[in-house]
Design a binder for this molecule. Structure first.
Ligand code: ATP
Length: 455
């Protein structure tokens, strides 16, 4: 089976994972709405992340900071000055491109575009006759630097409005709360602050379904530590980040580390974990050793000390930060790609099945009465189970078709109520992956399923 992004997009639309944003208006480019199945999947992924990086982690605390922040935050973080990409339009086919990507993707590329000025990039494109990848012509506009932050304004009186930004990353909400969290949680360095929330970027080249959108969710964890221990923590987080996605279901052979050669001036080390998406190897998450840059900058711009006082040694210092950041939507896409399969069955039929880790499956159980006149008993069973698990109920069509529908959305267990159930209170429980069925007393179902859907 060759997996394409189209197959995933189609399944998502038809089965209720993800719909095009503003669908009845013909959509709104690169926005997507999670449907009933997709919202369960993404929520389960976010819960699993929170469990691993807050609940089970030593010394880790959550926050949920405001999306609109004091604009000075973005001066301090460097986003107002330099969170930008070089943009270029093709005059012939009217498509928009990033000049650095156009150069990078050029076959004979022998330069590092990130290190070039706009004028140098324009010259290189002209000298090497680099054409538009869409129409094959070379008819470019000049390069313009384009800030990726979405601007909006605050204030009720026209002409008296302040520009504010929709946050382009969640990290700053963790940095500015460093001392609030440290004091109230009586946290000792090293400790972490985690957050899950929406970020917004006016991307020049969004696309590839959920991979790159203008509005997305990030799951970020900042570890505040002593400078001398930061490299050890950086290595530790590289491993934790890898183990997390493997445990969720990504195959190690579809993952690789990509260490950065070119670092931001403040960074001491940076690495992505890449996943082999149907569009090729692409970044899934980033791990960065950011030195003490973030806290120092907020100290400088706010005029407030961001230093930590060690209660044992009385030493006062600005901690270093090791950042781990992963997109919830991008990870959801990767997990869907990994789980998707088209299996040829013994009789020659093909079934589409999502082999999702049961812990993140949208529904854990489908309750299926064999015949409609068993629906009362089936609802009794459903009521028992949906106190513990997200369940679905289906009595329409043949049992085989109903199993297929559940396979397509990754439901790990189907519980069937049949004639024997009415006699002896036992049901069959079918496993999605092996398709094997066993018989169990209704009273044993919760225990049997709980065990298998834990993360
Ligand atoms: P990329 O190189 O793909 O643009 P980045 O290096 O700018 O990503 P970061 O700023 O480090 O990304 O953001 C951390 C994570 O947030 C990324 O690894 C990715 O999972 C996610 N992410 C970033 N931008 C987007 C986007 N436009 N759409 C969806 N997810 C995103």
């Amino acid at each position: 089976m060759k997996l394409t992004m189209d197959k995933i997009v189609n399944l998502c639309k038809t089965r209720g994972f993800v719909f095009p944003g503003s669908d009845v208006y013909g959509g709104f480019a690169n926005t997507w709405d999670f449907g009933p199945i997709g919202v369960e999947l993404k929520n389960n992924i976010k819960r699993a992340w929170w469990k691993r990086f807050v609940q089970e982690a030593d010394n880790s605390f959550g926050v949920d900071a405001a999306i609109l922040m004091n604009p000075r935050v973005w001066d301090a973080s460097g986003h107002t000055a330099s969170f930008s990409d070089p943009k270029m339009d093709c005059k012939n086919c009217k498509t928009r491109h990033r000049a650095d990507n156009i150069i990078e993707n050029y076959k004979g590329c022998d330069v590092v575009p990130d290190k070039m000025t706009n004028a140098e990039m324009e010259k290189y494109i002209e000298e090497h006759d680099i054409k538009c990848p869409n129409c094959g012509k070379r008819d470019w506009t000049p390069i313009r630097t384009f800030n990726l932050m979405f601007e909006t304004s605050r204030g009720t009186v026209d002409g008296n409005k302040d520009v504010v930004y929709l946050r382009p990353e969640t990290a700053q909400g963790e940095y500015v709360n460093f001392l609030n969290v440290q004091r109230t949680a009586r946290a000792k360095v090293p400790f972490g602050i985690a957050q899950i929330g929406k970020s917004f970027r006016n991307e020049i080249t969004p696309g590839n379904f959920l991979f790159r959108t203008v509005e997305f969710e990030q799951m970020e964890h900042q570890l505040f530590c002593k400078a001398e221990n930061a490299f050890a923590h950086y290595d530790e987080y590289k491993k934790l980040a890898w183990d997390f996605v493997v445990e969720l279901g990504l195959k190690p052979e579809h993952l690789r580390y990509h260490d950065h050669d070119k670092l931001a001036h403040y960074a001491k080390a940076a690495c992505d974990i890449q996943y082999l998406f149907p569009i090729g190897w692409q970044e899934l998450n980033g791990i960065h050793h950011r030195s003490d840059w973030d806290l120092s900058r907020h100290e400088e711009f706010s005029g407030k000390s961001m230093q930590y006082l060690d209660p044992i040694t009385n030493e006062r210092y600005t901690p270093n930060v090791v950042e781990y950041s992963i997109g919830a939507d991008r990870l959801t896409l990767a997990l869907m790609c990994e789980a998707y399969d088209e299996e040829v069955l013994d009789g020659g039929d093909t079934r589409v099945v999502m082999h999702l880790n049961p812990a993140i499956a949208p529904y854990k159980v489908a309750v299926l009465p064999l015949q409609k006149n068993m629906s009362e008993k089936a609802h009794e069973v459903l009521k028992k189970l949906n106190k513990y698990f997200m369940c679905t109920y289906d009595e329409a069509g043949s049992i085989g078709k109903r199993y297929r529908r559940q396979d397509e959305i990754g439901t790990p267990f189907c519980v069937t109520i049949d004639f024997d159930t009415l006699e002896d209170n036992t049901v069959t429980i079918r496993d999605r992956d092996s398709m094997e069925q066993i018989r169990l007393p209704i009273d044993k179902l919760v225990e049997y399923i709980s065990d298998k859907v834990m993360f």
